[in-house]
Design a protein around this ligand. Sequence first.
Ligand SMILES: [Zn+2]
Length: 314
Amino acid sequence: MNRRQLLSTTLAACALLATSTGAARAHGRRNKVVLIGIDGVLYSRIEQARAPNLLRLSAEGLLSRSSVAPHISISGPSWATVLTGVWDRKHGITGNIFDAVPFARYPTLFTRLQRARPGLKTQCIATWEMIAVMAGSGDPRADVVVTTAPVPDDPDESKTDAATAAGVVTAITRFGPDFCFTHLDQVDHAGHFAGGARSGNYLAAIERVDELVGRIVAAVDARAAAEPAESWTILVTTDHGHTPKGGHGGLSTDETATFVIARGPDFPAGVTTDRFSLADLTPTVLDLLGAPPDPASDGRSMLAALSERPLAGR
Ligand SMILES: [Zn+2]
């Protein structure tokens, strides 16, 4: 059997296992998910930076690059989509000032997980304070909702993001939450205030964030090695891009470009597609953690979609 045959056989076997119940649970293991949100990062610049940890996650998992248009390319609307599975036309958030009201109609992933499986442990650890409005909404809400206190003398947000990542590493290592969402902000900050997406500062911010992603991945991998009954999936996404000179909110390709990385036993390795978007993350996490799908969702579980129509590996 040559490598291609072996790969296709392995993929076929994986496709059999990767039903919407998830490969890990088919083996009696307990799924855990970490969703890493990096604000305002363009995948094309991750490639230019040769960011080792993010590129490794893509190589070990599935990468989907797609546009959020015509959805508004602003943080509030997009993180709300990540955490509810519906686009701005439904949740109604159009900017960065909002309250918990939209999440009564479209509950967050945290609320949905806790309602379906009250025993699940969920955490949200974020640099941007408005993420806590989302994770803290609803009843029940996330078990742990942390906004990292801004570190003094931190003009590029690198210290504050490092503190956020340290909190995530501690949470994974010590508590192993079933679902952990984190938000890192410094790349968006560089886009707005340090020269735009074309600048060296933007690349430098990507390199710093990549290092933090590496710490989180190392914590997950160490935990997975120490706890063989746990099966960990890492998801990575962004909310919008940036123009070459900096800024977003419009419908240009650079502003609406987003991506999803999914690395775990349910996802084929080394596959690039455009099939999945921000709206698919909530349905995917619900599926991985054994909670029912939301009929009102604009997205769907990537596991279910892959079991119907598998993607071939590179
Ligand atoms: Zn943003």
